[in-house]
Each structure stands twice: as C-alpha cells, then as structure tokens.
Design a protein around this ligand. Structure first.
Ligand SMILES: [Zn+2]
Length: 330
C-alpha cells in the first residue's frame, strides 16, 4: 500500500509531512528529526517564489519536497535555502535539498559557508558530540553544497524573495556562525536557535514554555543576552523557532530566557571543581528546569518531561561544561 505522500524518486516511501500554516505565506514543516514536534523547517512563499528556512537533516529532504508539492510549487520556484547556522539539525539536509532545487542559492553566514562546501569538519565535530553510530542514524550522509551556489550574507544585508525584503542579522551567543532573518511581512523573525527552544507539548495556561539552547562548542552567555535584545529591537510580534515554530509576543517571553541564561551560568560555575562537572551540571540543569516546569503548570509526570527534554538537557549540559572548561567567561 502506498501512503498518502506517494513515493520519492528513489522508490523510498514518503508520507505526507506534518505542516502548520501561518499568515504571510509561512508554513512550518516537521522535519521529523529525532521525534515529531522537535525540529521545523519553514517554507516562505511570496507570489510565485519560495524559500526554505533551515532544512532538518538529509532524511528530512523528501518531506520538505513533499511539502513544496503540497503547496502547488515546483522545485524551480525556490530561490533560496536560508540556513540560520551550520548545526546539523538545521543544515544537515541543505546539500541534499539544494541538489533538488535547480535555481536556489544557499545563504550562509561567512563563518558557516566553508563548512557547507566541505562538511568534513562538521561531520567530525558532530561525531565527537553524538558518537559515530548515532551520527549515522540521525544525519545519514552530508552532501556538500557546490561553492558557486553559496551566497554569503554580511550583517544587516537584505535579500529579496519576489517583492518581499528580508534582513539578515549576525547573531552570536548560540554559535558564531548564526544569523537571524527579520521578516517585516510577517512581523516576525526567524530565530534559528537564538531565541531558545519552545516545544508545543510544554504549553500550558501560562503560555509557551521557553528555554535557551547552550549546545557545544561556541556558547557565549553575554552574546546570547545581547542577541535576544537585538532581536527584540525590531519589535517582532512573533518569532519562528526551529524548535518548534511560531511563538507570539516574544518580548513577554524574553525574561524567561534571560533568567535561564543567568541560572545556567551560575549553576555551571558552582560546579567547576566537581570531579565530573558535566554530570553534575546535567543534574542541576534538570532540577532547575523541572522547577520551572512546575511553576509553569506543566504535566508533572517525570517520564513525560524526560522524553520531551532528554536531548536538550544533555546537550545544554555538554555545552555549559565545554564553556566552563574553556574559561567560563572569566
Ligand atoms: Zn544550533
């Protein structure tokens, strides 16, 4: 039996992607990285032209192409692949996607571009974080993007999608190769990992639960605070996160992010002399986060919470331990 999405060219069966439509021609596509509801690519459509913001992994590409087809668009109508930064849950599928989009240019931060043209270092770095076996399962093969199809953007540069202007701003804190995209047409900003993570499973009557991502190896808390201020200086009414999609009224959410960043830094520094700082940071981060979830009125079941947050707690602990070991901002 052929599932609703039909078959890809390779004969591999593709199911219909999970999509959420927003105003101003924006659609979130679940890339199905790790689990549903964790990682989104956004499709932006303006007139008869289209762009993707972040791509998920190589495994996500058939879903992205199915979403494009579901919107009645041909691969030739995609002008841009905007990759907020070169962490592989955002960029791993970019090479594979570009190969299917004959007219698109991949837009990258100057510090990210060479890693997409030659992903060897990215692959090695990710194997160091995840291990070889998990790397293969999570990301598959990483296809390079031919250099001539890469467009580098400087801070403040503007690009057009049809008659829609988007502004690219360099935003450090999470990674030094990160940009965000200011989109006045949607009164939104595509924030990649610079405005934290907010899973819809953790929404409550108090609104979205949001927390920072301190992934290794370039976390910089001072820059992360500044980036949040810079994003808000554009007075967005909403932000589109890669994990997971649209949250409204970011100015009201920012205090949660600043408070967490300060708490993370303090709890990491307090454990600098522990025999295994990463393990004790991990435990403290879990306690802090679970207290915040209690405050927020989220389902108290620890198994549910672990399932939703396991990977981020581990990555955040790893990133904080790395930051601490390399100076910890002092
Ligand atoms: Zn990232």
């Amino acid at each position: 039996m052929i599932p609703p999405g039909g078959q890809s060219q390779g004969g591999e069966q593709v199911h219909q992607p999970n999509m959420i439509d927003f105003a101003a021609g924006i659609t979130a596509i679940d890339t199905e990285y790790v689990r549903p509801g964790l990682d989104a690519s956004h499709l932006v459509v303006q007139g008869d032209r289209a762009a993707f913001v972040d791509t998920g992994t190589t495994h996500s590409v058939p879903l992205l192409l199915a979403a494009l087809a579901a919107k009645g668009l041909a691969p030739e109508q995609v002008d841009w692949v905007w990759v907020t930064h070169v962490h592989l849950d955002h960029a791993g599928g970019a090479g594979e996607l570009m190969a299917a989009l004959p007219n698109a240019a991949a837009v990258l931060h100057p510090r990210g571009a060479r890693h997409m043209a030659d992903p060897a270092k990215l692959i090695a770095g990710s194997i160091a974080v995840y291990g070889e076996e998990a790397f293969r399962r999570l990301y598959g093969d990483i296809r390079p993007i031919p250099e001539e199809r890469i467009r580098v953007v400087e801070d403040g540069e503007r690009l057009m999608l049809g008659d829609r202007e988007l502004e690219f701003i360099h935003t450090e804190g999470h990674a030094r190769h990160h940009y965000c995209i200011v989109d006045r047409a949607s009164a939104g900003v595509f924030t990649g990992d610079c405005f934290g993570i907010s899973y819809r499973e953790l929404d409550s009557d108090a609104g979205p639960f949001i927390f920072p991502t301190t992934t290794p190896v370039q976390f910089d808390p001072e820059a992360a605070h500044n980036t949040i201020h810079r994003i808000l200086s554009y007075k967005p009414e909403r932000v589109f996160l890669t994990h997971f999609s649209c949250v409204e009224s970011p100015a009201a959410l920012a205090p949660q992010l600043h408070r967490d960043l300060n708490a993370y830094v303090d709890l990491a520094r307090d454990r600098a002399n522990d025999p295994d700082p990463e393990a004790s940071i991990h435990a403290a981060l879990r306690d802090w986060t679970f207290e915040r979830l209690d405050e927020h009125g989220v389902d108290p079941d620890p198994e549910f919470r672990e399932e939703v947050l396991r990977m981020d707690l581990a990555l955040n602990a790893q990133g904080l331990a790395h930051w601490l070991k390399h100076g910890g901002g002092v």
